[in-house]
Design a binder for this molecule. Structure first.
Ligand code: GLN
Length: 560
C-alpha cells in the first residue's frame, strides 16, 4: 500500500505572509506533476470553527460541500488544486479540545488525568493522519499562526512527534519567514529568519526547507547565509517574491525549483509538470481584451478578505470573458435615495453579496431596485437574493412593508422568513433546529441539489437541469408569496427537487437579473470559472459595450 508523505508548513516572524497561498501553490505544482494531493489547515484559535466569527476580523467563512464552516484558506486550496474538501481539512484548537473533552466526559480515558501531552497532541495527530485514509501521495498540512505563539504549541509538538511516528522519510518541514528589504541600506535582512528558525528548533523542529517572503528575489549569497545559519541545504532556500496576482505564485515557485526539491527530498514519483493551464491563465490575466466595472454593495467592505471567494470568482468570470474586472466596493450604509445614483450609475454590473444582520440593509434593497429600474446586470447572492425579493415585493407588488423576518419580525409581509424545519437530503430526514440553544451550525449549510427551469438565465448558464451548490443561511423565501410575486413577473427558476425551497429568482425583461439563495462563489476556480459568474460578467461587458457605443454616437465624454 502506498504510504502518504506529509509536508508541514509553519510560519515565522509575522502573520499574513501568505502561508495559505504557498501551501496551495506547492499543492498545485505537485498535482501538475501527476501526484494525488490533499491539504489541511490547523488553526490555533479556540473557536470550534470560524462560523461564529465576524468576517471583518477573520475574513470570509468558507463552506465545504459537507457543510463545514472553515477558514478561508480552504478556499485557496480548492481553487488552486481543483478539489473538493471537507470537515476533515480544517481543525481548530477549539475543535480538538472539544472532542477531547467530550471523550473525557464519556469516560473514555478510564479515570486517567487528561493532559495536553499526550491527549491533545494525540487528537491532533489523529486529525492529521486521517488525511492518509484514501492514500494520497502527499498530504500538505498548514499550521496557522506564527511560531512562538502560545496557542500553536500543541500543534507544533504534534507535528514534531509525527516525524518519529511516521519516519523521517515521510515528513518534510517547510518554514515560511519574512526577509525584509531595507530601502535605506538597499539590503535584505536575514536576522528575523534566523530568530524564527531558532524558535522552531527550540521546540524540536529542524526545518528542511525555508521559503523567504520578500519584496525582491533573495540573492544566492544571501541564500547561502540563511542555509548556513539555519542548517538547511543551500538549494532548499527559496524566495517568495510579492506578485500582483496570486495565480502567478505556482509558476514563480516552479522557476525557483521548489516543487522539484520537495519531490527529491520526499522521494516522490513525480513526473515533469504540465503547467500550460497555469501559463494560459497568467497570460489571460495579463492580456485582457477590455474591462468592466463591478460594484460590490455590502457592509464588510473595510476588509477585502471578507469577500475573498467572491473577489476570486469575479476574477475567474473576467478570465472567461477576456476582460479585466475593476472592483468597486460600496458600503451599503452610504446608499440612500439621494446618493444611490452617484454610487451606482457608472457601474456595468452590481453584486449584492451575502451577509447577516440589519445594518445597511435598506441600502442593499435600494441597490436591487436601482439595478432593476436601470437595466444594470444584477447578481444577488444569498442575502442579496433576499433583498431583491423584498424590493420586488415592495415596489412592484405593492407590499410596502415587506421584509425579512431577520430584520423586522413584526412585518405583515415576511417574504423571507425563518424556516425551522426542512428536509436534509444528506441525512435523508427532516431536521428542525433549536435556534435558542446554540449559535454555531444552526444554518442550512453545505451542498443542496437544485432543479433549474428550461429557458431560464440559470439554465442557460449551467446548461444542465440539476445542479448542486453550497448554502449558509437561516432564512428562506416564504412560499406563501410565490404566486403573487410570480404573477407580478418574478420567475422562480431554481427550486429544490421537492419544490419546497426557492433557490433562484430571476427577472425577465432585464439584461441579466438573478438572485440565488446559495453561494456559487465557493465553487468557482480559475481553471473552471463558475457559470453564473461567467454570464454575469458577460452581461456586464455587454452593458459597457452598449454604453460606449451610445456615448460615441452622442459624442459624449468617455466613460468614467
Ligand atoms: N442573513 C441571511 C440568512 O441567514 C443571509 C445569509 C447569507 O447571506 N449568507 O438567511
Amino acid at each position: 500500500m502506498k504510504e502518504t508523505k506529509f509536508i508541514f508548513i509553519t510560519g515565522g516572524v509575522l502573520s499574513s505572509l501568505g502561508k495559505g497561498l504557498a501551501a496551495s501553490s506547492l499543492g498545485a505544482l505537485l498535482k501538475a506533476r501527476g501526484l494525488s494531493v490533499t491539504i489541511q489547515k490547523l488553526d490555533p484559535y479556540i473557536n470550534v470553527d470560524p462560523g461564529t466569527m465576524n468576517p471583518t476580523q477573520h475574513g470570509e467563512v468558507f463552506v465545504t460541500d459537507d457543510g463545514a464552516e472553515t477558514d478561508l484558506d480552504l478556499g485557496h486550496y480548492e481553487r488552486f488544486l481543483g478539489i473538493s474538501l471537507s470537515q476533515r481539512n480544517n481543525y481548530t484548537s477549539g475543535s480538538i479540545y472539544n472532542s477531547v473533552i467530550t471523550k473525557e466526559r464519556r469516560g473514555d480515558y478510564l479515570g486517567g488525568t487528561v493532559q495536553v501531552i499526550p491527549h491533545i497532541t494525540d487528537e491532533i495527530k489523529l486529525a492529521i493522519c486521517s488525511l492518509a485514509e484514501h492514500h494520497p501521495d502527499v498530504a500538505i498540512v498548514e499550521i496557522g499562526g506564527t511560531v512562538g505563539d502560545i496557542e500553536s504549541q500543541p500543534f507544533l509538538e504534534a507535528i514534531r512527534q509525527l516525524r518519529g511516528d511516521l519516519g523521517k522519510e515521510r515528513c518534510l518541514y517547510i518554514h515560511l519567514t519574512l526577509v525584509p528589504y531595507l530601502q535605506a541600506t538597499g539590503e535584505h535582512k536575514t536576522k528575523p529568519t534566523q530568530h524564527s528558525v531558532k524558535e522552531l528548533r527550540s521546540i524540536g523542529i529542524q526545518p528542511d526547507m525555508i521559503i523567504c517572503r520578500c519584496e525582491k528575489s533573495v540573492s544566492p549569497d544571501l541564500k547561502r547565509k540563511i542555509a548556513l545559519f539555519c542548517d538547511v541545504d543551500v538549494d532548499a532556500v527559496f524566495s517568495s517574491v510579492d506578485v500582483d496576482q496570486v495565480y502567478k505564485v505556482p509558476l514563480a515557485f516552479y522557476e525557483e525549483g521548489l516543487d522539484q526539491k520537495v519531490a527529491i527530498m520526499l522521494r516522490l514519483p513525480a513526473k515533469n509538470p504540465n503547467l500550460s493551464p497555469w501559463r494560459d491563465l497568467v497570460y489571460a490575466l495579463d492580456n485582457p481584451q477590455g474591462e468592466t466595472t463591478i460594484g460590490i454593495v455590502g457592509k464588510y467592505v473595510e476588509l477585502k478578505e471578507a469577500y475573498k471567494s467572491l473577489h476570486e470568482a469575479l476574477v475567474h468570470g473576467g478570465v472567461a470573458n477576456a476582460v479585466k474586472i475593476n472592483l468597486k466596493y460600496v458600503n451599503s450604509e452610504d446608499i440612500t435615495e439621494e446618493t444611490v445614483d452617484g454610487f451606482l450609475a457608472d457601474l456595468d454590473g452590481i453584486l449584492v453579496p451575502g451577509g447577516f444582520g440589519g445594518r445597511g440593509i435598506e441600502g442593499k434593497i435600494r441597490t436591487a431596485g436601482y439595478a432593476r429600474e436601470n437595466q444594470i446586470p444584477f447578481f444577488g447572492i444569498c442575502l442579496g437574493m433576499q433583498c431583491a425579493v423584498i424590493e420586488f415585493a415592495r415596489a412592484v407588488v405593492g407590499l410596502t412593508a415587506a421584509n425579512s423576518e431577520e430584520f423586522d419580525s413584526a412585518s405583515p409581509d415576511k417574504v423571507i422568513y425563518l424556516m425551522t424545519e426542512w428536509f436534509d437530503h444528506r441525512r435523508n430526514a427532516t431536521v428542525s433546529r433549536n435556534y435558542d440553544c446554540d449559535k454555531g451550525g444552526t444554518m442550512r449549510l453545505g451542498a443542496y441539489p437544485c432543479l433549474l427551469a428550461d429557458g431560464s438565465l440559470c439554465y442557460r448558464a449551467y446548461r444542465q437541469k440539476q445542479i448542486s451548490e453550497r448554502h449558509r443561511h437561516r432564512f428562506e423565501f416564504n412560499n406563501a408569496y410565490r404566486d403573487v410575486l410570480e404573477k407580478a413577473g418574478m420567475r422562480f427558476s431554481g427550486v429544490s427537487p421537492d419544490q419546497s425551497l426557492v433557490e433562484v429568482v430571476e427577472l425577465p425583461d432585464h439584461p441579466w437579473f438573478l438572485g440565488c439563495q446559495f453561494h456559487p462563489e465557493f465553487k468557482s476556480t480559475p481553471m473552471a470559472p463558475h457559470p453564473l459568474f461567467q454570464d454575469f460578467i458577460k452581461a456586464a461587458r455587454a452593458t459597457r459595450d452598449g454604453r460606449v457605443k451610445q456615448q460615441a454616437s452622442y459624442g459624449s465624454p468617455v466613460l468614467r
